[in-house]
Ligand binder design. Sequence first.
Ligand code: UD1
Ligand code: PEP
Length: 418
Amino acid sequence: MEKLVIYGGKPLNGRIRISGAKNAALAILCASIMAGEEVLLENIPDISDVRVMVDIIRFIGAEAAWVDDSSLRIISPVKIVADPPCELVKKLRASNLLLGPLLARFGYARVSLPGGCNIGVRPMDLHFKGLSFLGADISFDGGFALGKTNGRLKGARVYLDFPSVGATENIMMAACLAEGQTVLENVAKEPEIVDLANFLNCLGAKVRGAGTDIIKIEGVKELGGCVRYAVIPDRIEAGTLMVAAAATRGHLVLENIIPPHVEPICAKLREAGIYVAEEGDNLVVKGNGQLHPVDIKTLPYPGFPTDMQSQMMAFLSIVGGTSVIIENIFENRFQIADELKRMGARIKVEGRMAVIEGVKGLQGTNVRATDLRAGASLVIAGLIAQGKTVISNACFIDRGYDRLEEKLTRLGIRVERA
Ligand SMILES: CC(=O)N[C@H]1[C@@H](OP(=O)(O)OP(=O)(O)OC[C@H]2O[C@@H](n3ccc(=O)[nH]c3=O)[C@H](O)[C@@H]2O)O[C@H](CO)[C@@H](O)[C@@H]1O
Ligand SMILES: C=C(OP(=O)(O)O)C(=O)O
């Protein structure tokens, strides 16, 4: 089991280029199996979730080749040569996004229920309901979802009970090849949804309204290819480094960033007393000045992202006064509190609420990542702490952070793999 060793107590200083977004890249990789011609994807992050997804689409018959360290050329299969293998599907959450594209393009899908981080129950009822509304026949057998269609899917009106990111993406992809119009209501508005819609439109789909509460899709018979499509920058990687700079009183310049995507994070950092400003195309974070406690509620976009909650908890653990975090999206995302407490943090968790009493500093010790963002939180805690922090289960961090050690080293931090 790999460990990440952080030598803390030093500020994060320098310039860094943000990689492509994990959650956009994974959805777009799934969508690429619907393309009728070759696709070239750029700004793809080199993370383990992407490598697993590339293996999955190769397994079902796609050709996928790295052109350079962040570009992938994909030729989708004309027919499925094998079902997505269960052992790969279970390694990541985004494999749940194969169902819609497979059903829409091939009229058949047999996909194991997905894996991913243990951050909550994460049912897929909204995905299944939406795909059924489009005419798919969905059943379950021994941990697998089986989907069939009788000819093409049919456009329909679908209202999501909750603006689920994955359900919005799955149903939107499937609707692109359905007959007639689909209207999706109460959908997720995350930037990754807009990026996926832009990619689908680049293939010849007719998707309108992504980024608002209602998405309308005119189905087309087939999709084409895309000469090149660059995935958006990762707002969560950016946010993680911003919080790390804030927590270590550093000075960071972020390149390749879309400022409105990180606004909910910038707003909270400013409230906490951190300087955050756009300078030209870059975003600058300076961690000097008096810090103030803040309260956070995670919400669907444009609310504060649940994927940044654990990292903020590490930062707030050394901000004098009392901060409160309410986690509204995933019920099991406070496991990180116990690990932070091992480093000296004072946190009380009650249900969906965590109360953080700021302490003067943290101490390095042996800790364990329980999920991807918990791992990122421990990296931040390790940067704050005096001494050495050894994070086990580093594989969780590798799911979502492209070349993290290389980036931290460039920013003046001593970090090692053990
Ligand atoms: C690969 C990917 O893009 N992952 C992101 C995606 O996950 P994911 O797509 O799984 O997240 P959802 O938006 O679907 O989940 C949000 C909430 O809806 C619930 N729900 C979801 C679907 C469903 O059918 N039924 C249901 O009840 C979930 O249990 C959760 O409480 O959005 C999350 C919320 O921004 C992010 O934290 C994840 O990083
Ligand atoms: C929860 C996350 O990812 P996934 O949905 O892939 O588990 C995340 O990126 O923080």
